[in-house]
Design a binder for this molecule. Structure first.
Ligand SMILES: O=C(CO)[C@H](O)[C@H](O)COP(=O)(O)O
Length: 217
């Protein structure tokens, strides 16, 4: 099966199993990326279940609005039952690397505000050890070099994603060369560095459910 078909299948499965079985008038948290785009395209079938969505990016908000869904501010929505998003890598403990689409900060916020985080992936995303995909880190622009020096001192190879500005007006550094055997500890350590807004390591708030193709793993 092609990668796109696996993404589509995971998206359909998540929509059927989790949105289709949610209560009427649910507010659904929606992530960002090509796998999530397939998920968004499934949502009109479940319109009777969905009161509104909370989105993790301007791109997903636009796509949701074009399909006629209300996109709510998270502050007005309160706690969400469900958040559905993709990932760049996923390990056996459901820890993730995210942020390939530069939406990691809002993704982590909406995931943290949700009771259930359903992650939808294709088989290329499933890894034994996180880190082959460079770890995205959102930084305050003036702190880019400061943060890069700290990351180098920690053994990483930081590369500025030149030309990309996040929805929050910040920049992204991708860290190459790490074999992340303790994601919880690394996430906590990186969160201490001044100038980092958010780390694309989802270990403390990891996925609750991972759907790869048409099955939960
Ligand atoms: O974290 C993300 C965006 O910031 C995406 O979930 C991640 O990059 C996966 O994207 P795709 O579904 O296009 O492979």
């Amino acid at each position: 099966m092609s990668q796109d078909n696996e993404k589509r299948l995971a998206a359909e499965t998540a929509a059927f199993n989790y949105v289709g079985k949610s209560h009427k008038d649910s507010i659904i948290g929606v992530g960002t990326g090509s796998t999530v785009n397939f998920f968004i395209d499934e949502l009109p079938q479940y319109r009777d279940r969905i009161k509104a969505c909370v989105s993790s990016s301007e791109a997903s908000s636009d796509r949701l609005r074009k399909l006629g869904f209300d996109v709510m501010d998270l502050n007005a929505a309160g706690r969400l039952d469900l958040y559905v998003d993709g990932a760049d890598e996923c390990d056996a403990n459901k820890c993730l690397i995210k942020g390939g689409g530069a939406a990691l900060t809002r993704e982590k916020i909406v995931a943290s505000a949700s009771d259930k985080f359903v992650c939808i992936i294709d088989a290329t995303k499933r890894v034994d050890v996180l880190g082959t995909f460079p770890l995205p880190i959102e930084v305050i622009p003036m702190a880019r070099s400061l943060v890069a020096r700290e990351l180098t001192a920690m053994g990483g190879t930081p590369v500025w994603r030149d030309g990309v500005t996040t929805d929050n007006g910040n920049w992204i550094i991708d860290v190459h060369g790490w074999r992340i055997t303790d994601p919880v500890a690394l996430e906590a350590q990186l969160n201490q560095i001044t100038g980092i807004v958010c780390v694309g390591l989802f270990a403390k708030r990891r996925a609750d459910v991972v759907i790869m193709g048409n099955r939960e793993i």
